[in-house]
Write a protein that binds this ligand. Structure first.
Ligand code: GLU
Length: 496
């Protein structure tokens, strides 16, 4: 029995990843098997080492551990797909030779015209098979002559693929609806689909348990297993986590980052317990349980397919139970470990040093750096010189644009926030008061950019979201318009 979690390092660590990791971990351990971690970084443009680092750190923080992975090694490595390109190329070559895949020489312009025609005709967009007919000899010659191509998999023209999902039973997919998926891109690197199937096979994964957003990929994967003559793993697709209103969990409505819950001061054991409740409802009155208990009780077939609700009220309650079960000494130790490491405290002291008149000022003037959300209302912004519409726009632009940055250090924060000033054509002196209020709860505090770096991306995002809600939020129309504003930043153009 071997399971895995296979995150793509294209953003911050998501609670959904912890949820998937938890099921896979418990299921493998229940059967005395192994649980692996694989990094799926085939999307070179979006994958970053920072993201990989954060995902590993966040998963480790939850307390889960893996038997094999990029950080711990193992007999089936490397466990990072970017280090396995040669392997995928070999398997793509095999499919070409077998005639189960073909080279596609279509130019981006042709593909765009094809899609436009499909859109206009109101038919689903998929590759029209133009290059399937290129004879093998000609295909090889064109490739040898240096013409650019991708490798696509062949899909039967008719018939049905039945995906046997462990929890859903048989789910039929008409081949006619399945796209001739690109397996190898023109730069010779694989797509997720090829790499995922090859790796699950070579890493001897027996059970693939993943989010239901991958369900439509299953027919392609099953076909690939068939082409290679490999036995496919058992598949199970987990229902997506949902907001309380049942919409898909998204950071617009709820914080979704594991690091947010860490910085807010949730205990990892409470978070896992909470996720566990979504997987295996507790026997009456026994809602507090650890991973070992969940491992014993988890029954994959019984996982409810109705969307599990990420109910932060419940999480708060659970976390409170865990905190209250600590002795005073344990509470001190956990609190210090959580937010008072020496380096952080020293940095805060350095900022506060010149602004305190009494030692009794130190705690109040730095409290916002240890808090979760800060209380702000519409009135909190009364002292700023900006009209309400500009305040909403400033908060929204700052939040979105910081989200789009790979790093969240002082320099990035400064560049982005000043860029918002440039976009709005307002003096940064006036604008910064808005940001001070949203980030610190007060119009004056320790330096803004340092404060934001110390608070970290996840807490800042939540404070922006909270402040934005307090001043009336953003309509869908505004969101569309404001997100379309180009983000250019030119220091010299900022009015000071
Ligand atoms: N890399 C995919 C993800 O980020 C993994 C999908 C799978 O488990 O097959 O979710």
């Amino acid at each position: 029995m071997r399971t895995r979690v296979a995150p793509s390092p294209t953003g911050g660590p998501h609670v959904g990843t912890a949820y998937v990791a938890l099921v896979n971990y418990c299921f493998a351990k229940q059967q005395g098997g192994d649980f692996l971690l694989r990094i799926e970084d085939t999307d070179q443009a979006r994958s970053t080492p920072e993201s990989e680092h954060a995902i590993l750190a966040a998963l480790r923080w939850t307390g889960l551990s893996w038997d094999e992975g990029p950080d711990v090694g193992g007999p089936h490595g490397p466990y990072r797909q970017s280090e396995r390109s040669e392997i995928y190329r070999r398997y793509a070559e095999q499919l070409l030779l077998q005639g189960d895949a073909f080279r596609c020489f279509c130019t981006p312009e042709r593909l765009e015209a094809m899609r436009a025609a499909q859109r206009a005709a109101g038919i689903p967009q998929k590759y029209d098979g133009h290059c399937v007919a290129v004879p093998a000899g000609e295909s090889a010659e064109r490739a040898a002559a240096g013409e650019s191509y991708v490798v696509r998999m062949k899909i039967p023209e008719t018939g049905v693929c039945v995906v046997n999902d462990l929890a859903r039973g048989p789910v039929p997919y008409e081949y006619a609806t399945v796209d001739m998926q690109v397996l190898l891109k023109s730069d010779g690197l694989p797509t997720y689909h090829l790499a995922n199937v090859v790796d699950d096979h070579l890493m001897e994964i027996t059970h693939v348990i993943r989010g239901e957003e991958w369900m439509p990929s299953a027919p392609k994967h099953l076909l690939l297993y068939g082409y290679f003559g490999w036995e496919p793993p058992v598949l199970m697709h987990l229902p997506l986590l949902r907001n309380p209103d049942k919409s898909k969990l998204s950071k617009r409505k709820n914080p979704t980052g594991i690091l947010f819950y860490q910085r807010m001061g949730y205990l990892p054991e409470a978070l896992l317990n909470f996720l566990g409740l979504l997987l295996a409802p507790a026997p009456e009155g026994r809602e507090i349980f650890g991973v070992d208990d969940l491992t014993r009780r988890l029954d994959l077939v019984k996982i409810s397919l109705g969307g599990p609700v990420f109910d932060t009220v419940k999480l708060d309650w659970l976390n409170g139970q865990y905190l209250r079960a600590l002795t005073a000494g344990e509470l001190v130790a956990r609190t210090l470990a959580w937010g008072f490491d020496r380096e952080r405290v020293d940095r805060i002291a350095e900022l506060a040093r010149s602004r305190v008149a009494r030692l009794s000022d130190v705690v109040p003037s730095t409290a916002y750096l240890f808090a979760g959300r800060v209380e702000v209302t519409k009135d909190s912004f009364a002292g700023t010189k900006l009209p309400p519409e500009q305040i909403r726009k400033a908060l929204a632009l700052a939040m979105w644009r910081l989200d789009a940055e790979h790093t969240f250090d002082m320099a990035t924060v400064e560049r982005v926030l000043k860029g918002v000033g440039e976009t709005l054509g307002v003096k940064f002196r006036d604008l910064s008061r808005v940001f001070y209020v949203a980030m610190t709860g007060s119009a004056t505090a320790l330096p803004l950019f340092d404060s934001m770096e110390l608070l970290g991306r996840d807490i800042c995002r939540e404070r922006f979201r909270f402040a934005l809600d307090a001043v009336g939020g953003v309509t869908n129309k505004e969101q569309k318009e404001w997100q379309a504003i180009p983000f250019s930043y030119d220091y010299a153009a900022v009015p000071t």
